[in-house]
Design a protein around this ligand. Structure first.
Ligand code: AMP
Length: 420
């Protein structure tokens, strides 16, 4: 019979590596939870129109990378390629912005899907943890989010990442810049596809990775020269707040990012050990998005950090997270009666909050102890018929190797004490 394989561009998360994934998610979420962000979960798919409008008709994500499908009922849906549009949709739908408590601060964690050419660090199914602060225009909020991401990465022990920062202007100054850029780009020698992009989304041409395009971009007008006074002042304040917080960043006047909805502050976290897929996270302000998807004006800012790439960044830096063994106590029984008694004891230990496992499948003592060793448990609880007769179990300290007989009814209390 054929054996099945995970679909192209995907991989399975398996123990023990999966523990690192969970720890990364947790480390990214911790600073958010600690800063007033509430957890939100939205469906894995949405009406395709939400992404077309929210992410942008001209983006690669929408034109090439979406998993779009029609349901039996005729609904046109797409697996979510990113989180912001869905989170904003959900917040608007639930009227969270009308509670008078703005900004609405939300964080999320989940799977995202993009039909991209798979390579290391680029998958068709990947995980992000993200945060959105909806309904306030305040440089301190932009700074807060960047600081929290920085804090998350640092708490994981990452050091070789850089923060790239730019302002994309607003609806006043960006159109003026856009026109100037279009004029410049039209004078270049570019292929059909790229020329089309000049009309739809000229800023994205700046993001073109090809050397022959980049070469021609020398001398292109820079958005930083076109920012209006309000955008300039806003950006200055974001930069000052970051500096005051001791967060180091680099100004990158060419940073545009792949989604259409960004305004003003944009940023990317890049890691230097990851080769071509170096962006570990990114985000920015999206003051116009709410209106684009049918809501009121709600200036907002957010980011998403990639869990897969953060794990790769840890590997690149040789950082090993300190993940405690998941099992503290491992029980090994000899004989059926001992097995029954230990099974009851294991259940009791678990109820008491002690992480406990036991040898299953009628193993020999030797095989059972091997499992106990592999589990990383601090203590093994061993019992055979003679122990039962005496009303004891053998408690083995797996670190020192020392072993003592302990009365069966005292084991739970004793282990709880020893393990705190
Ligand atoms: P983006 O919305 O494209 O800026 O994505 C935010 C973050 O998600 C990126 O910085 C990556 O860490 C991660 N990411 C995006 N696309 C992929 C992908 N195809 N595979 C793995 N991670 C991804």
């Amino acid at each position: 019979m054929n054996t099945f394989k995970a679909p192209k561009g995907t991989y399975d998360l398996l123990p023990p590596d999966s523990a690192t994934f969970l720890a990364v998610r947790e480390a990214i979420a911790a600073p958010l939870r600690n800063s007033g962000y509430g957890y939100i979960e939205t469906p894995g798919f949405e009406n395709i129109e939400l992404f077309a409008r929210g992410v942008g008709e001209s983006t690669d994500i929408v034109t090439k990378e979406m998993y779009a499908f029609e349901t039996k009922g005729g609904d046109r849906l797409a697996l979510r390629p990113e989180g912001t549009a869905s989170v904003l949709r959900a917040a608007l739908e639930a009227n969270l912005h009308k509670t008078g408590n703005l900004p609405v601060k939300l964080w999320y964690s989940g799977s995202y899907y993009r039909y991209e050419r798979p390579q290391k660090g680029r998958y068709r199914h990947f995980s992000q943890v993200g945060a959105e602060a909806i309904g306030a225009e305040d440089p301190a909020l932009d700074a807060e989010l960047i600081i929290l991401a920085d804090q998350a990465y640092r708490s994981l022990g990452l050091r070789n990442f850089r923060i790239l920062l730019n302002s994309l202007g607003d609806k006043e100054c960006r159109p003026v810049y856009r026109a100037a850029l279009q004029e410049f780009l039209r004078g270049l020698d570019l292929d059909e596809d790229t020329r089309r992009r000049i009309d739809i989304n000229p800023l994205r041409v700046l993001d073109d990775k090809r050397a022959e395009v980049q070469k021609q971009l020398d001398g292109a007008p820079l958005l930083s020269d076109y920012l209006c006074d309000a955008c300039r002042a806003y950006h200055k304040e974001v930069r000052e707040l970051l500096s005051a917080a001791g967060v180091v960043f680099e100004d990158d006047v060419k940073l545009v990012r792949g989604l259409d909805y960004y305004t003003r502050t944009t940023f990317e976290f890049v890691h230097d050990g990851l080769g071509s897929q170096s962006a570990v996270g990114g985000g920015g302000r999206y003051d116009g998005l709410s209106e684009m998807i049918g809501g009121p004006a709600l200036p907002s800012v957010g980011w998403a950090l990639g869990v897969d790439r953060t794990v790769l960044a840890l590997e690149a830096e040789g950082v090993e997270l300190d993940i405690p063994a998941s099992t503290s106590v491992y029980a090994v029984a000899l004989g059926d009666e001992a097995k029954q008694r230990l099974f009851a004891l294991v259940t009791e230990l678990r109820k008491a909050g002690v992480a406990t496992d036991m040898a299953y499948g009628g193993k020999s003592m030797k095989a059972g102890m091997k499992n106990a060793n592999r589990s990383g448990a601090r203590f093994a609880v061993i019992a055979g018929e003679r122990d039962l007769a005496e009303g004891v179990v053998q408690l083995k300290d797996m670190e020192s190797g020392g072993q003592e007989a302990v009365a069966m009814d005292a084991v739970v209390t004793l282990l709880k004490d020893k393990l705190v």
